[in-house]
Ligand binder design. Structure first.
Ligand code: FES
Length: 162
């Protein structure tokens, strides 16, 4: 009989860390969303094993936790890039060529909106107005704003983020 190849030590360590993170929520009411946020902060997204841990902590069906995680846009069920490139699709950006910015980004990174590069470096996210219409067209890379963009700016912006 072959032995299980799972990394039990790593799994136990992860379970213990999650138990610690979720300990304060146990037995509390109305804290499901902050608990899921903690798990997302831990992994950077929400793998099924993380959602299972939440279900176990609150003694509720996994389907319910999964339902909450899929309902809110702040939760992500698949891994995301270190750098989230948010391309504004608001009206001001749209009339000033947001589509061309998005097209260049797609061709530079080889992924579509909502997708993540294989090396987990970038995720592209179309977003509504981000509040700096005077700089249209605009994108944000994590917390940094880049405005008055032309498609030719995109390669140099991407190079800034390892
Ligand atoms: S429409 Fe793009 S920042 Fe407002």
């Amino acid at each position: 009989m072959s032995e299980c190849k799972c990394d039990h030590a790593a799994w136990h360590k992860e379970q213990a860390e999650l138990d610690k993170l979720l300990a304060d929520f146990k037995g509390e009411k109305g804290v499901l969303i902050p608990a899921i946020q903690k798990v997302q902060d831990y992994y950077g997204y929400l793998p099924e094993r993380g959602l299972k841990k939440v279900a176990e902590t609150f003694d509720m069906p996994l389907s319910k936790v999964f339902g909450v995680a899929t309902f809110y846009a702040q939760f992500h069920l698949s891994p995301r890039g270190r750098w989230i490139v948010r391309v504004c699709q608001g009206t001001a950006c749209h009339v000033r060529g947001a589509d061309k910015i998005m097209d260049r980004l797609i061709s530079e990174l080889g992924i579509g909106p909502g997708e993540t590069t294989e090396d987990l470096r970038f995720t592209i996210e179309p977003v509504a107005c981000i509040g700096c219409c005077g700089l249209a067209p605009v994108c944000m890379v994590n917390d940094n704003t880049h405005g008055r963009l032309t498609p030719d700016n995109i390669p140099e912006i991407l190079e800034m983020y390892e």
